[in-house]
Design a binder for this molecule. Structure first.
Ligand SMILES: Nc1nc2c(ncn2[C@@H]2O[C@H](COP(=O)(O)OP(=O)(O)OP(=O)(O)O)[C@@H](O)[C@H]2O)c(=O)[nH]1
Ligand SMILES: [Mg+2]
Length: 331
């Protein structure tokens, strides 16, 4: 050994070579901080997105309130994401200078402040005060986190006035905070809103995510009534793209159908060599699911739903999965 206690000669070379993958491996780390008052839905969001929990179960049977700051690590494409689920009841502690604040805020890449829709109606001043305080902490402590707002539980807005109400709230919050704002819900019919928001926030951090999104957007843009998405091992949607003529009210129906089909596809894959799963509906939709064979990269299936003929759609999905494989492996 030399004076630093490092082995000499071949042993040293071996040690170095063992470290090479750690030095050059492409995984980036990220930290997502979930903030918000008690019962705004932080833990529910974490369970749905990162643990693949059934959102209907979480709506029917609530989780117990979080009692200590709970970090957990999840892989998300090329990112290793630490999710910091905070204690709503102690929200004010995070605003005070001290240990809780440092644990929560330090090194956060993204801070998501959750606004409960009902609370916004009754107590918007308190919420705006929280947001102002968080902004001040970021400026004072020179944190460079991305700060975004989720207005959560939009299922509680009457469907007839939802679009209008959302517009109105958006204008008001933008005027007062000038922060990126997403409208979300874990209600099964609106779950896509949560996936969309999350994918959007994470896209800024993940090279893979932006490449996948650009690739799919470009490939499907001329296709008739098309929705295409990619899932990970937890069956969470990590990238989603659709054409403007795709009726967004059908997204939920399609997600549910795919979720059911997925179970069948999985058990068949376990015993048979299945390449595609293809369905046709009476209203002329072809639905096609294919395993990407990229589990090492955190990707599972590509799913495409469109008004194409089944054979045309298979070609598109094949094409897309080939392009995706090359691009992901080139990263
Ligand atoms: N209607 C509706 N309820 C939701 C939604 N998301 C979560 N909830 C409900 O909100 C309540 C609180 O959810 P939690 O996820 O425990 O909230 P939290 O922010 O983690 O709360 P603390 O741990 O106390 O800070 C539960 O009853 C959930 O079922 C949603 O999108 N819509
Ligand atoms: Mg919680």
């Amino acid at each position: 050994k030399d004076i630093l206690g490092m082995p000499q000669g071949d042993k040293r070379k071996e040690l170095f070579l063992n470290y090479v993958p750690q030095l050059f491996y492409n995984t980036k780390k990220g930290k997502v901080l979930l903030l918000g008052k008690a019962a705004t839905g932080k833990s529910s969001i974490k369970e749905v997105i990162f643990k693949g929990k059934d959102p209907s179960d979480l709506l029917n049977k609530s989780l117990t309130p979080t009692i200590t700051l709970t970090p957990s690590v999840h892989s998300w494409l090329d990112l290793e994401l630490g999710i910091f689920d905070t204690v709503g009841q102690n929200f004010d502690d995070y605003l005070e200078k001290g240990k809780s604040q440092i644990m929560a805020f330090s090194n956060a890449t993204v801070i998501i402040y959750l606004i409960d829709y009902a609370m916004w109606l009754n107590n918007s001043d308190l919420i705006l005060e929280d947001i102002k305080n968080i902004k001040e902490i970021l400026e004072r402590e020179l944190y460079i986190s991305e700060f975004v707002l989720f207005l959560h539980k939009i299922d509680l807005i009457d469907e007839k006035n939802r679009a209008e109400k959302i517009n109105q709230i958006e204008t008001e919050i933008q005027e007062k905070t000038n922060l990126p704002l997403y409208f979300t819900s874990i209600h099964p019919e609106l779950l896509y809103s949560l996936y969309d928001a999350f994918c959007h926030v994470i896209r800024q951090q993940s090279a893979q995510s932006s490449i996948l999104k650009e690739t799919i957007d470009a490939r499907i843009k001329e296709l008739p009534k098309t929705l295409c998405f990619i899932t990970n091992e937890q069956n969470s949607i990590i990238v989603q793209s659709m054409t403007s003529d795709f009726d967004y009210r059908r997204i939920n129906y399609m997600h549910n159908l795919i979720a059911q089909t997925n179970g069948v596809f999985e058990s068949m894959k376990a015993t048979e060599q299945i390449k595609y799963f293809l369905l046709s509906t009476f209203d002329n939709f072809s639905i096609n699911m294919k395993n990407l064979g990229l589990s090492d990269q955190g990707l599972k299936n590509i799913v495409c739903i469109s008004h194409l003929r089944p054979d045309q759609q298979i070609r598109i999905v094949d094409d897309l999965s080939d392009v995706i494989k090359t691009k992901i492996k080139d990263l």
